[in-house]
Design a protein around this ligand. Structure first.
Ligand code: UDP
Length: 160
C-alpha cells in the first residue's frame, strides 16, 4: 500500500543505500546506521554482499564509458558492501542530502556533517551510495532485493 500524508507525498518511499567497502573496512557501519535511524528511516531490508566484477559493472553500467570505470569496479569489488533498503517519506532525496556530494574532499568543506565527509576519502572512495531518483531506486532495489516491490500501487497481478 501507498500511505499518503496530508501533503500527498508517499510516506513509505524507498531508496537503496549502500555502505561501500571502505565504509565497512573503516568500521563506520554503526555510526552510519545511527545517522539513518536518528533521521527517521526504517531499515526495511539489509544484507552484506561481495560484488564480483560483472555485478559491480552492471550496477554502475551508466558509467561504463567513463575513464574512472575500471578503477570504480576494482574499488567496489575490493571487499563486501552492506546494502539496505531505507524507507521513509522523501527517502530518496533525504538520503542523498545526508550522504553529501560525490567527492568526499569537497564534502568535508561544503557539507562537513555529511556521511561522505565523515568517512569518505576522495571522488571515488566515498564510503556510501544512495539512489539519485525514484527510478534509480526502483532499479537498484530490485538489483539486490528481487522480492521488494517499490511501486506505490499494488496491481491485481501482484495479488496472483
Ligand atoms: N566516481 C569516481 N570518480 C568520479 C566520479 C565518481 O570514481 O570522478 C565513483 C564514486 O564512487 C561515485 C560513483 O562513481 O560514488 C558513481 O558516480 P556518480 O556520479 O553517480 O556519484 P554518486 O551518485 O555516487 O554521488
Amino acid at each position: 500500500p501507498c500511505w499518503s500524508s496530508s501533503n500527498g507525498s508517499i510516506r513509505n518511499e524507498k531508496t537503496l543505500a549502500m555502505i561501500k567497502p571502505d565504509g565497512l573496512f573503516g568500521n563506520y557501519t554503526v555510526r552510519i546506521k545511527n545517522v539513518i535511524l536518528e533521521s527517521g528511516f526504517i531499515i526495511f531490508k539489509e544484507k552484506v554482499v561481495q560484488l564480483d566484477e560483472d555485478s559491480a559493472a552492471s550496477f554502475y553500467a551508466e558509467h561504463s564509458t567513463r575513464s574512472f570505470f575500471s578503477s570504480l569496479v576494482k574499488y567496489m569489488t575490493s571487499g563486501p558492501v552492506l546494502v539496505m533498503v531505507l524507507e521513509k517519506e522523501n527517502a530518496v532525496a533525504d538520503w542523498r542530502t545526508l550522504i553529501g556530494p560525490t567527492d568526499a574532499r569537497k564534502a568535508k568543506i561544503s557539507h562537513p556533517h555529511s556521511i561522505r565527509a565523515l568517512c569518505g576519502l576522495d571522488s571515488e572512495k566515498n564510503c556510501v551510495h544512495g539512489s539519485d531518483s525514484t527510478q534509480s531506486a526502483e532499479r537498484e532495489i530490485s538489483f539486490f532485493f528481487k522480492e521488494v516491490s517499490t511501486g506505490g500501487v499494488v496491481t491485481e497481478h501482484d495479488e496472483l
